[in-house]
Design a protein around this ligand. Sequence first.
Ligand code: TXE
Length: 467
Amino acid sequence: MDPIHVRNAIGTTYVDAACGLRIDDVGPTDGTVVATIPRSGAEDVEQAVAAAQAAQPAWAALSLHERADALDRLADTMEAAADELAHLEALDTGKPWDVARHVDIDRCIRNFRFFAEFGRSQSPEVFRMDDATNHVLRKPIGIVGLISPWNLPLYLLTWKVAPALLMGNAIIAKPSELTPLTAHRFSELARESGLDGGLVNVLHGLGPEVGQALVEHPEVPAISFTGGTATGRIVAATAAPMFKKLSLELGGKNATVLLDDADLDAVVPGVVRSGFLNSGQICLCGSRVLVPTSMMDDFLPRFVDAVQRFPIGPVISEAHRAKVEGYLRLAVEEGGTVLTGGERGEGPGFHLSPAVVAGLPPTSRCATEEIFGPVVTVHGYSTEEEALAVANGTEYGLAGSVWTADAERGRRFAERMDTGMVWVNTWLHRDLRVPFGGVKQSGVGREGGMWSLGFFSEAVNICVADE
Ligand code: TXE
């Protein structure tokens, strides 16, 4: 198949980068070039800002309900193209088609349906005083920049696009250069659904070039970023002096904690899925499993057997596979034992079998740094206090899960974990109304439900004295 010629979606046009340069997009399944994308820069950002400025006022003038209806129309258009979107996502990320279809694309459609309904359910925010009434308005920001990563490409981009549009903004999206395909197709579907092209601009290219130019642009007062902590630091350093609104969803090193009453038959499948879904390339993945020492001999063989049978695809790129392999070598140097996995297997593509490492000190680099691949480290503990100290003992604080026969006991433990989200006896079970985000070096701010509506608008209070 010839590589797809991706172009920037700017207003009503599809254009190459002003500089004319292009970048190859290599598919992880077999290492072939699946697309080429524009190598955009500051000049392309200028064009996108102009298109967004032209389209946004009429969009903002619509009512919240009219914009919610437009989101539903977009969801309908995406639903009709769901299989095609899944094919493109699988092609770009290497993930199994059914994961792309039922984890990624179903959620993309749900993002729009949820925020359409959530928007309609909002009631006026009015605060009465003895002699006055306060009316809270949520005004659009104008143009928002949305920067997204390669692990759940359209899932994470639409999580930002839906509330940003609902609140009356125009968006400029910068998807990862490793996974441009579904963002490109999404831009077409948005236009096919009836949205003005200037509302959904998509620029492709390298992060330090077009991504940096988007963050720097003075007419883009808000940036929602999902990606690595190191890059989040650069984005924050650029945006902070400009007093831009910033939402940062960054890396994680999430603990999966088995309490001593856990039923192994019941919990092992969930612990495996938490560690290896999407080849461990989800910021919420449980990459550290904490097990009572008394249960370790029973747990490990079951866990390793289930991991060996868990279907996973390749990792995103040759460079990322090398990074993950580097951590597996480091694990052995740090005193760990690789019980299974870490094999490339035959054939082309960036495959790496799921790996389990035991015997590592919980303070080792492999047990505290984000590897973001199919690698889980297993650690024994004696007391709940020790488990909590290990779980909270990294620079990250994004998510975690607790597995126990006593849900109340699990919730009490979860409340003491320094993270933004914890699941008890489940994982990645998502109610889109709840806050999503992390603490420490896992990010700043929350998105989801009211938190998204708040981020993608400016709250204004109008206090009217009684006559
Ligand atoms: O993220 P990056 P990547 C972690 C994980 C992974 C690491 C790097 O550890 O190995 O981040 O992954 C754009 N100004 N997570 O490469 O580099 C870039 O083009 C503006 C966790 O995906 O942070 C891409 O579109 N933008 C994460 C986006 O930022 C810049 C999920 C993310 O790229 C930029 C993925 C700059 N200077 C990776 N430099 C999660 N929390 O889910 C890059 N970009």
